[in-house]
Design a protein around this ligand. Structure first.
Ligand SMILES: Cc1cc2nc3c(=O)[nH]c(=O)nc-3n(C[C@H](O)[C@H](O)[C@H](O)COP(=O)(O)OP(=O)(O)OC[C@H]3O[C@@H](n4cnc5c(N)ncnc54)[C@H](O)[C@@H]3O)c2cc1C
Length: 418
């Protein structure tokens, strides 16, 4: 059978948020690229469906009109104004994302089924610089010195695609990561998550606060209830795989048990119905700095294991890493230098300078979360102290403040009531 040869500047494997983020900015820089996606859009992705300010930030940088479109469409993208933490002792702490809000303030976060979000992003990838193959299967990737070659089958036709760089945006089970990084790095830290869509959950916040319930049996993980448009809610659990293995936890049973029996949660599900199946997927967490590029390749999003270890958010980091990957590729083009050394400086170092500290703080918080007494203590104090609630609220945008959370002096100050 004939093989069609294609040459391009960049090959991207995967058209989720990481692939879309890379593609948006390559298009902005006028860099031609080919995207290979194994599914056909619209396609679903197991997720909590909550998007933070970072998602909005990257979309806005790609094209402010796209964010305006999102913010104007509350029927699909539900604005969320805050978060409710429920401590292991059952006490709830409501924290607004924007403590100093004015009538002009836009909601910093939103929830949207991934079926809708990813299809929205996919639609925005269409450009004269972007050539997308959906429902395509990659059989082989080779690195031959200065070039990467991907062999792909699409619509019964074989393709051989060559480029000086390949971007792995192919998620948790990345074939690009496997090909280029398999032997050289420590195993990823993993969490496992399950989610189901429910209709008719009661007691949701009137401003669509997302809810994290830190149930004692799940620490340092949690059960979430995220309101969605049309009276739906995304309900799920996320927990470290290591804990699942060690304690032989049946996660599905544990989630359904909490929904049926937890005194704070069960009454809210009395008339709720599950739509579709409860589904699971892995969360590769960004616990420590790892290489995320090398000779002729860059990894982005879940392929690079960049999920926030405390909140479980990965959409924002996937888009953000895609944005930085495109900038690094632009930088590498003029000297035509796609070597590991160049990409480390242009991509890894830039990414970790901007996001590394945030990931580190979240990793420290995740470790602290296993102490239920500490969680109970902070929530008890915050329930009584408006200034502590305000401090926690400001931590969503102020990294220096958030860092305080991982230091013993913060808890000592609370203890001393200062
Ligand atoms: C249960 C759960 C709940 C979560 N909740 C949240 C949340 O509420 N908020 C949040 O921000 N994050 C959440 N996350 C994390 C988030 O889902 C991921 O971080 C995010 O999807 C990463 O985007 P990505 O583009 O890197 O990967 P993906 O979204 O997985 O996209 C990868 C794409 O690559 C394609 N692909 C894979 N292999 C190949 C191949 N061989 N060839 C071609 N194409 C391929 C896939 O079809 C897919 O389209 C959650 C994750 C889980 C599992």
């Amino acid at each position: 059978m004939e093989t069609i040869q294609l040459n391009t500047s960049v090959i991207i494997i995967g058209a989720g948020p990481a692939g879309a983020g890379t593609s948006f900015f390559l298009t902005k820089y006028g860099i031609p690229h080919i995207v290979i996606e194994k599914d056909t859009f619209p396609r679903d992705k197991v997720c909590g469906d909550a998007c933070s300010g970072k998602t909005a930030l990257v979309i806005n940088r790609a094209n402010p009109e796209w964010l305006t479109e999102i913010l104007a469409d509350a029927k699909q993208f539900l604005p969320s104004w805050g978060i409710t933490f429920v401590a292991p002792n059952g006490k709830a702490l409501e924290i607004p994302f924007s403590p100093n809000r004015t009538p002009e303030t836009k909601a910093p976060g939103f929830t949207v089924p991934r079926l809708v979000l990813d299809n929205f992003l996919f639609g925005k990838m269409q450009s004269e610089y972007c050539n997308i193959f959906q429902n395509a299967s990659v059989s082989q990737i080779d690195n031959t010195g200065s070039m990467v070659t991907a062999l792909m089958m699409h619509d019964g036709v074989n393709y051989e695609i060559k480029a000086p760089i390949i971007v792995g945006a192919d998620g948790d089970k990345s074939i690009v990561r496997k090909k280029f990084l398999s032997e050289s790095i420590a195993p990823k830290t993993y969490a496992i998550g399950l989610r189901g869509y429910y209709q008719g959950v009661t007691g949701l916040h009137k401003e669509n606060y997302i809810e994290l319930h830190f149930l004692p049996e799940m620490l340092p993980g949690y059960l979430w209830i995220f309101p969605l448009p049309n009276g739906m809610a995304n309900v799920g659990v996320g927990i470290l795989s290591e804990r699942v293995r060690k304690k032989k936890i049946n996660l599905r049973e544990q989630m359904l048990y909490a929904i049926k029996n937890n005194p704070d949660i069960a009454p809210r599900f009395a008339n709720a119905t599950l739509t579709g199946k409860i589904q699971g997927w892995g969360l590769p967490l960004g616990m420590t700095r790892q290489p995320i590029s090398g000779d002729n390749f860059i990894l982005t999003g879940d392929a690079a294991a960049l999920i926030d270890p405390f909140s479980g958010e990965g959409i924002g980091n996937a888009l953000y890493s895609g944005m930085l990957a495109a900038a690094a590729i632009k930088e590498a083009q003029t000297p035509n230098n796609f070597s590991a050394g160049f990409l480390k400086t242009a991509y890894d170092d830039v990414f970790y300078k901007r996001i590394g500290e945030e990931l580190q703080i979240s990793a420290a918080l995740q470790r602290l979360c296993k102490y239920s007494w500490l969680f109970n203590f902070v929530v008890n104090k915050a329930q009584k102290s408006a200034s502590l609630r305000n401090t926690i609220s400001c931590m969503f945008t102020d990294m220096d403040l958030r860092e305080q959370l991982s230091k013993p002096s913060f808890y000592l100050k609370i203890l001393m009531n200062r």
